[in-house]
Design a protein around this ligand. Sequence first.
Ligand SMILES: Cc1ncc(COP(=O)(O)O)c(CNCCCC(=O)O)c1O
Length: 462
Amino acid sequence: MTDTQTPVEPLPAPPAAAVPAVPQERRIVTAIPGPRSQELHARRTAVVSSGVSSVLPVYIERANGAVLVDVDGNHFLDFGAGIGVTTAGHTPARVVEAAVAQARDVLHTLFTITPYEEYVRVAELLAEHTPGDFAKKSVLVNSGAEAVENGVKIARKYTGRRAVAVLDHAYHGRTNLTMAMNYKAMPYATGFGPLAGDVYHAPSSYPYRDGLSGAEAAARTIGWLEKVVGATDLACLVVEPIQGEGGFMVPAEGFLPALQEWCTANGVVMIADEIQSGMARTGRYYASEHFGWVPDLVLSAKGIAAGLPLAAVTGRAEIMDASQPGGLGGTFGGNPVACAAAIAVFEAIDEEDLLAEGRRIEATLTAGLERLRAEHDVIGDIRGHGAMIAIELVQPGTAETTKAPNADAVGRIVSFAAERGVLFLSAGTWGNVLRFLPSLRMTDALIEDALGVLDEALAALA
Ligand SMILES: Cc1ncc(COP(=O)(O)O)c(CNCCCC(=O)O)c1O
């Protein structure tokens, strides 16, 4: 029998990648930051650009589930999840094992040179789980901003138009085009211009502050687009179903479907930027499902691969096929290890019912925050879905009047909580939003513990 006919024995299964368990609790054993973090920070300052900042300069040595452990042995309850990335938890065993196994087989070939199944499987899962019962295709890239860039490229090619529209308070990335799409210049764009042109910022739906119904807000947005841009020049409208960095605004009911209806009627591609709100973050696979919105294209990133760099543009096959062959790609887009991790994330969402975990977290968090609102008059608004919840802080006594933003309170709460082992993040155009982005492994007991720290922080503001 020739060599080509010798049966190929399957490769031995690799040993499971043991993931060291971490006690799921907060525990502070040094000053924050501790001595070893301070040493590392001195080294970092010497060799890392000062343009790269850190919210909490504690250097993390281990992470698992809902907890971060720093180099000094301090344990933090992580309500940031790396800005909505470790949705399936830090170092989820099945994801780590899948990534390690894949790394042993193939680290890289470049899909546009010699393809591999894992990329195809991720595209199949995206076609299955993104909103819409129509033929869908994807392109895989490395980051959210790269997904935004490619969504815009595809929409421009499909429509033959150039203009791009976004909403007030939007955030879309740090590349030249996406900087032009963001809600504010500092720190994202200041001094980095000239920025891309043909980008237009239309009014959004901000129910706490505008008091408009979905229909009223949509009419305002559409009227603005028709006057300032003109539908015949508009390639795409890019919208976050729940706005992330801008402050977790949940649009009024009917707003998003009304915009989609106008886009469809006018040949404009409507793109859902689900980079922060997608992949089971909000108790649904994609946040647009909460609003009855079926977008033309959907952008996925962050939680899709549990921390490995992966992003995607997914949508109507006829739009996704508008590009000329070779028009889409890039060296690392759809890296096989990141794809293996993503496949495991999809499995975890379905087999561990992580969508239900998101709905549980929403119920526990919002009930606790409502209790705190009754005690502290700086909580102006509570909003969000699933494990994407936020409170907007206002000056004392202004919650129902001027709603004066209170960014100082948010800054003080973030510092107070960090010193006690809870990592909160801020957000918002005016920096006055405290957001809760825990992994779906955050238990009710840990949420209640963190809410107790928040209660102390709010009391200390007085
Ligand atoms: C909706 C939405 N679209 C696009 C992006 C951009 O995704 P990248 O993976 O950071 O490029 C984001 C990233 N948001 C966090 C940015 C953190 C920082 O850069 O300091 C997002 O939330």
